[in-house]
Design a protein around this ligand. Sequence first.
Ligand code: SAH
Length: 401
Amino acid sequence: MPERPRQPLELSRADLQALVESLGQPRYRGDQILAWLHGRDVLDPADMTDLPRTLRETLAAAWSPTPDSTVAEVAVSTDGTTRIDLSLHDAACTQTVLIPETPDDVEDEDDTPPPASAALPALPPLPVLPTPSPQPPIPWTRSTFTQCLSTQVGCAFGCAFCRSGSVGFVRHLSAGEILVQRHWARRTLAERGDIARTVVMGIGEPLHNLEALLAALRLLADPRAGGVSPRRITVSTIGLPEGIRRLGEEFEGRIGLAWSLHAADEETRRRLLPAASRRPVAEVVAALRAYPLPPRRRITVECVLVGGVNDSVHHARDVVRLLSGLRCKANLIPFNPWLGAKTDLAAPAVAAVEAYRETLAAAGISVFVRKPRGADVLAACGQLLGTSDGGRFPPPRDVGG
Ligand code: SAH
């Protein structure tokens, strides 16, 4: 099979500078191209109007004017959360999610609020992209979204409660395939708004695909390219110490870090996180302590609470003990069910979540209970799969004989 040509979106700044120099152009032309690709979502060299015509023509002969992925489906939840399914060059699928920001999302007093956003006028139906099912009315009233990016097709970690891991590991995404999710999301949003925060919490384990992740983040955070402030980016990880160290070094701790802890005791961890629990949890804590967090920033510790498995006050106390002395805040995520999840997994009782929350809060940990967003179109945490499957939850159950 012929090798897949490198996509413009995955060329680093140095790659682009070398490319334009090899074409007899000054290096700054590379930065002009970066701004078109990542700042303005323009991939067609013919539209890069500040480049000399000869350069535009040479690039147009070498580059495809569109990405080598397509939007397979856009599914919009009644809460405005939007799941975009992408079909990649090899027909593998991945998904990205846009979550409208609400005042509740500004949960961190150490975080500057997102730029003020005016309410948008009444929206026309979704344009451009094919949607197989009729869309519900879109309750988008704000112009800022959080985008959740995926880093793999499938996932190698197989956490018991997570749908993405249920298909196993298929392949890593390239840096371009990570960044093209932003390209398609901004084109889908068009005038409806923009992306104020980026969370790498979609399908896969970002630090398992470290080189591509770092390459994508470098372009996203470069003021000459994506121009996204690193403090508006958060990477969520199961806790891979080497990756945590590299991410901390490369961005001097300015990229937000979220750790999926779920339970502090090894027995519960083995049950919920079989792959991650092969390494002692203390090793992860040591890596997190060494993460060079800027002043006033904290690590987010995520706990998916599964009814009767890790949602007791006793589990909460173990978590408090483990986190002692770590500059962190906690996000509690009630388990989001999906068809095919193990039958012993259930959402936690409201009272259990509240008791868990109080235990952490009483120990001085600031704690936030994450509301499920987009669950009706399988776009909530842990419901992404990477294959278009109709997008409704729950789908009709087979009543087999
Ligand atoms: N591999 C990374 C990022 C992907 S998952 C990680 O583990 O952090 C993003 C978040 O969703 C994680 O905190 C994960 O534990 C959580 N999650 C997974 N399945 C879930 C489910 N069914 N309900 C609620 N949260 C879930």
